[in-house]
Design a protein around this ligand. Structure first.
Ligand code: SF4
Length: 376
């Protein structure tokens, strides 16, 4: 199973309660961004372009706990920035675990091995390590030579220390599906519990604007990657969201499913866009004009978006929204499909590597010191 049974049960009972109470919009995962500073400068990132005084700011543990309680979602994802640069991250994680939240702490793992002893293994805590592909691809993607090796070392150290470890792979134009499939083999061999994969979002602030995927290209790429699956692969994405990525079904965006809280407050409407901020979760839900977002709205910022933070909660909602959705999902879990697809096999065999790595200079780990972590 890609997640512990207790987690699946907690999420299922939470969503059923929302449905039975007639709540139309409910949060599933809180995206808690306690800081924006990072020890990488990835070409496709839209989060690290803030001025220095913003990059130095961070949420306090109390602010994090208040947001988690206001929101009430059963799962908390901690992206950033690099959470391990936050001096109070162990305290934040311990507080969330004590509140029985299932926490995915997203990290590039550059500091994971040396910081592991600040955390305790728990069924509530998973390190979600950002690894975008095989060595060459990942190093280009994160603009740091040697980044892949350090991330894999961090994964192995965390697995050996008894932590739950998952991974997070973001794909851009130029990704080679054959290489991504080898990457999945390497991650599973390193002992990860399960993997998450998503297309990148077209951030207008990202340094590399040439390699974001449009919808048709995304579907073709994900069909090649996720069809004819190996039995050894485990994914922690909802199976129907994976089918959405492969172009087998459609979901409209439900941005309220993964609301974002950061040093600026509650971000409208989603993790990716910044159409203002609300002071409270309730204000976010009530004052956001949700009809302005998603592919159907005609909003050009949403036209090419297929990211998990907008669409995975839609798959979960569909799962629990009707008997049909429930049966379709139950079948995927009980009889996992490997998605046999001769056409996709052909696509894979004929795929021409685009040599389209982001055209940015990569920094060498040896000549660029990691940002020190204060307070530890
Ligand atoms: S479609 Fe994407 S960009 Fe638009 S609201 Fe949803 S998640 Fe945000």
């Amino acid at each position: 199973m890609a997640v512990p049974v207790s987690q699946a049960w907690t999420v299922a009972t939470y969503v059923l309660k929302q449905k039975l109470s007639g709540r139309k919009r409910y949060p599933l995962v809180l995206m808690l961004e306690p800081l924006f500073r990072c020890n990488l400068a990835c070409a496709g990132c839209g989060k690290i372009q803030y001025p220095a005084h913003i990059l130095k700011s961070e949420l306090t543990p109390e602010e994090c706990f208040k947001a988690v309680e206001e929101c009430g979602a059963p799962m908390v994802s901690i992206p950033g920035g690099e959470p391990l640069l936050h001096p109070h991250m162990p305290e934040i994680v311990a507080g969330l675990v004590a509140r029985k939240k299932y926490v995915y702490m997203c990290t590039n793992a550059l500091l994971l091995k040396e910081k592991l002893h600040f955390f305790k293994p728990s069924k509530y805590l998973s390190f979600s390590v950002h690894v975008d592909g095989e060595k060459e691809h990942h190093d280009f993607s994160v603009c740091r030579e040697g980044g892949h090796d350090i991330a894999m070392e961090g994964i192995r150290a965390a697995v050996a220390a008894g932590f739950r470890v998952t991974t997070n792979t973001t794909l851009f134009d130029g990704a080679d599906p054959n290489s991504v499939r080898r990457h999945f083999d390497q991650l599973m061999a390193a002992g990860v519990e399960s993997m998450m994969v998503s297309p990148g979002y077209t951030y207008d602030k990202a340094p590399d604007q040439n390699h974001f995927l449009g919808k048709a290209k995304s579907r073709r790429l994900f069909r090649a990657i996720l069809s004819n699956r190996k039995k050894s692969w485990e994914f922690n994405t909802h199976p129907l969201f994976a089918e959405f990525l492969m172009g087998k079904r459609n979901f409209e965006c439900t941005p309220w499913g993964m609301p974002t809280f950061s040093i600026f407050g509650w971000q409208k409407p989603c993790y990716l866009l910044q159409d203002g901020y609300a002071d409270s979760f309730q204000e976010l839900m009530e004052a956001t004009n949700w009809d302005n977002y998603g592919a159907k709205s005609g909003n050009p910022q949403c036209a090419n978006c297929m990211v998990h933070s907008g669409h995975e909660a839609s798959a979960v909602d569909y799962n629990f929204g009707s008997l049909k959705g429930f049966i379709e999902t139950a079948k995927r879990y009980m009889l996992p499909s490997l998605y046999p697809d001769a056409e996709a096999e052909k696509l894979l065999n004929e795929w021409k590597p685009a040599h389209a790595m982001p055209l940015v200079q990569i920094r060498s780990a040896s000549n660029d010191q990691l940002q020190p972590v204060s307070g530890d």
